[in-house]
Ligand binder design. Sequence first.
Ligand code: FMN
Length: 172
Amino acid sequence: MKSKITPTNQQRELRDDDFIVSKTDLKGRITYCNRIFMEIAGYEESELLGIQHNIIRHPDMPRAVFNMLWETLKGGQEFFGYVKNLCKDGSHYWVFANVTPSYNHKAEVVGYHSVRRRPRPEALQIITPIYQEMLAAEKKAGAVQAIPASSAILKTKIAEFSKDYEHFILEI
Ligand SMILES: Cc1cc2nc3c(=O)[nH]c(=O)nc-3n(C[C@H](O)[C@H](O)[C@H](O)COP(=O)(O)O)c2cc1C
């Protein structure tokens, strides 16, 4: 379900010791969220459980970032990234997220798990204009070419800072 919420440009700040936690099934439906998640995003637990995680997707986020997130998880790796999320009232909050596959005792992936913290302002100063450029490229390229167009921009930007995405995102 896509969000019908209109963004307000109002930003919410996480406190230094806030950790936002959620878990999903293999399809990205929320199976667990902690109290801080509900407090910041402005939802009750009953509004989140069983619902696709894109309920908090912000329209300013480039599609290529989520594409990379899912590709990384499906490759069995953990993902790190800066994400702008949409609250129920239209405000937003930025996080630095770590998303990992969850395994059962047979080493099969049974879902995914994410922990997020307050991002460093210096990192957001780097990420925000990159995402803006990626989003503009996605809109210009149209649905089919959006992800390659925007991924190419990210790749060029990463090369200015570091050797690959993971080094870039952990170093900025
Ligand atoms: C464990 C986990 C946590 C996620 N957390 C977020 C999140 O905080 N915000 C977000 O927009 N998408 C998050 N996603 C990605 C969403 O599932 C989805 O891919 C994204 O919102 C893009 O939605 P769309 O493809 O419908 O545009 C998460 C996915 C997983 C597996």
